[in-house]
Every structure is written in C-alpha cells, then in structure tokens.
Design a protein around this ligand. Structure first.
Ligand SMILES: Cc1ncc(COP(=O)(O)O)c(C=O)c1O
Length: 407
C-alpha cells in the first residue's frame, strides 16, 4: 500500500527501496561519457535547462571555430545554413519548414505570438495558474498595453485528467475571450493543459490559441502536422529534451498568421517574410540553431522511443519513491514523460522564497538538483529523469527529503 499520509509520519528507517521494474534500467551503452555533468551530484532537473550531450557540444564548438576562422563568410552563408537546419528540425517535428521558425527560447516565441494577435479593450486573454510565470507576466503586459484583461483559471493540481482540466478552462471562457495561452506540459505540475480536444474546442469557438510547448520536443512524440499542432501558435524549446545547445527553440505558426507575424526586432531579412523575418536578428551566435539537428540525430541514434520509455519509467520510479519513502502525495502524470510532480505537505514551500530555500537545502544536504514551485496548500516538487540518471538517486532524494521537511 502506498503511503498517502503526511511525511511527518514517515518511518525513520524505511526498508530497502522497491526497484521493481527499474532495476534493469542500467545505463544505456556509452551514456556515462555522453554528458559533462558533475559526477558528484544528482541532476534530477533536466526539465529546467536540459543538458547538452558531448557530441552536440563538440559540433557546436566546431561551428564556432568556423565562425572565428572567417566571420564574413560565416555570416554571409548563415541564412542558408539556418534554412537547412530549420528543414531538418521541421522534419523531426513532423512540420513544414515554411511553417516554423527557429528562435532562441519559449519566452521569445510567446512574446512574438502575443505581439502578433490583435487585441483591444474589449478582449480577455485566458491563462491558467499552471502557466510559466514569465509567460503569464508577458500576457499581462500585452493586455495592459491594449487595455485588455487577463483572466487566470485556477485548476487544482489534483484535477484527475485532461477532461477535468478542459472543463475548468472552458467554464472560464466568456464572449470576450480572444486568446488562450496554455501549456502542453506545465512547468510546476508536469501535466497537460492544452490537450488536442481542448484546442479543437477553443478553435471551434473562434479563440486564438498560443501553446507553450516548452517541454515537448524530444520528450514526447511531436507531430506538428505541417502546421502548429492544432494551435494558432506553438512554441517549443529544443534545449530542454531535444539535446540542442542553449538557446534553441521553434515557433510554429498556423497559416493565416504567417504574413502578419510581428518579430520582436526589425532585421535585414524582414522583407523575405516568415520564417526568415522572425529568425534573423543581425549579428548573433546562430550556432545553437545550426547544431540543433545534431541533437535530434543523437536522439535518433540512441532510439527516441527507447529513451522516452527509459525516462518515463525512471521518473515513475522516482515518484513512487517520493510517495512511499517520503510520504508525499502523487500528482497526475503524463504517460510517456520523463517528469513527475508530487505535492509537498501544507506549510512547506508555499511561498517563492520557501520554495527556493528548499531547492538550496536539497542541493546542500543531498547534492541533488530538483525543481520546487510554490503553491498554496503545499508546494510542488518536480523530478526529471534522463539517460544519465540512476534509480538510487531518487531513493536518496526521497529519504533525505523526508528528513529535511520534518525538521
Ligand atoms: C512551461 C515553460 N514555459 C516556458 C519556459 C521558459 O523557457 P525559456 O527560459 O527557455 O524561454 C519554461 C522553462 O522552464 C517552461 O517550463
């Protein structure tokens, strides 16, 4: 029986870990030399900033060396090389190279989408309380400039499934709702908001959708379907789960918006239209984008499906350890994802400073990196699992955490 109770009741000496189903998750061949992470610490937070594998680091270093050997030649050829890199990335995501642009990160992509949609004082932008903080702040800034308002839907982290989430979101739609900014995979809770059914329903009601798919590329099978994954705008990071160097991301835009898209800055490629006008930003280090196909290539060589399965099982094991050994409450999961979230007890990490303090304490006491987000009624802890992680790292976290939060 899982222990759903308060960690304060957790036995001081839990028995040996239940590693059923994960004991065979031994390192995939060569994986120990694939990353340059500090071997003395456990990195259970791939979801925040990713980790760039050595072959991709090397390829990017070579590109940078080319740039320094002949800067003029490099920049003259850069738009064509970016076009080729974009085509490879588009193929990996099931998209069309004319319909997506390479950009630096989701923060930028959401800002472009928000700047492109028309808004006035009659309009509302819908967001949820699972949205990434700065994305919500960007929506608030855009709304304030247009005289519009942001409406934030509160969704229980324990809402059982996509249907329950969709119901909450749709209940908050009003005749004034113009735009919805929704996560494919949420940052604090690692769950889906922008399900295909919800996106289709919002579209049928004439609501413009901006999907924050920061965690999708590489983590889940993505098929943009030649457009924007059922949304008007779809933004995904390549530097989290697709093994690209930082900073690399994609912005996919549905057809009607392409001629209207408003890049954040004007550039020499402006008159060439989308995607060039969004990509070119003058003198800039384009090597993360040019090296992004090497990340997808590595994923393919490892076996994307095999890796996702590995990460999913390891993350599920991690969650089980946190429930069974630290007495934390599991939150709903996205099958096939290398991330899981659990609820901390009431009073723990409810405020930003307390969440940060817990991350620092876990790093100091357990040499482990995790993500903790504040939430009323008990903060939320998110773990990630990647090729370089081992089952025992989650056992150590669970046992140590039980001690830390009962202090
Ligand atoms: C859901 C979500 N959206 C947006 C971001 C921001 O990504 P970036 O800093 O690469 O723009 C993150 C980062 O973790 C995220 O988790």
């Amino acid at each position: 029986m899982k222990n759903p109770g308060n960690p304060r009741t957790t036995p001081a000496h839990p028995g040996p870990p239940d590693t059923e189903g994960v004991e065979h998750l031994s390192p995939l061949r060569g994986s120990s030399t694939l990353f340059t992470l500090d071997p003395g610490s456990a990195h259970l937070n791939h979801g925040s900033y990713g980790a760039v594998p050595v072959p991709v680091q090397r390829y990017q270093a070579k590109l940078r060396a080319d740039m320094e050997r002949d800067p003029d030649g490099f920049f003259l050829e850069a738009p064509d090389r970016i076009g080729r890199a974009r085509a490879e990335v588009a193929t990996a995501l099931g998209g069309d190279p004319g319909r997506l642009a390479l950009i630096t990160n989701v923060t930028e992509g959401v800002a472009i989408a928000l700047d492109t949609v028309p808004l006035d004082e009659r309009d509302q932008i819908l967001v949820t309380d699972h949205g990434y903080g700065v994305v919500t702040r960007a929506a608030e800034r855009r709304a304030a400039e247009a005289g519009a308002v942001v409406r934030c839907v509160r969704i229980s982290p324990h809402a059982p499934d996509d249907a329950a989430v969709a119901e909450r979101v749709l209940a908050a739609v009003t005749p004034r709702t113009k735009v919805a900014v929704l996560d494919l995979i949420t940052s604090p809770t690692a769950r889906t908001i922008a399900s295909p059914a919800l996106l289709a329903e919002l579209r049928s009601r004439g609501i413009i959708t901006i999907v924050d798919a920061a965690h999708a590329p590489g983590a889940l099978p993505v098929d943009l379907g030649g457009a924007a994954g059922g949304a008007d705008f779809w933004v995904g990071n390549l530097h989290k789960w697709a093994f690209a160097p930082r900073a690399a991301a994609v912005l996919a835009i549905d057809r009607p918006w392409r001629p209207r898209v408003r890049p954040l800055m004007f550039s020499w490629e402006h008159d060439r239209g989308f995607p060039w006008r969004v990509e070119w930003r003058g003198t800039f280090d384009y090597t993360p984008w040019l090296a992004a196909p090497a990340g997808f290539d590595l994923l393919k060589r490892i076996g994307a499906e095999q890796l996702r399965d590995h990460n999913d099982r390891l993350a599920a094991h991690g969650r089980r350890m946190l429930v069974e050994r630290a007495g934390l409450r599991a939150l709903p999961e996205v099958p096939g994802l290398g991330m899981r979230a659990v609820r901390l007890p009431p009073g723990v990490a409810e405020q930003e400073h307390a969440a940060k303090a817990l991350m620092v304490a876990v790093r100091k006491a357990l040499n482990t990196r995790i993500a903790v987000r504040p939430w009323q009624g008990g903060g939320i802890l998110r773990i990630s699992a990647q090729l370089y992680n081992r089952p025992e790292e989650y056992v150590r976290l669970a046992d140590g955490l039980a001690r830390l939060i009962t202090r």
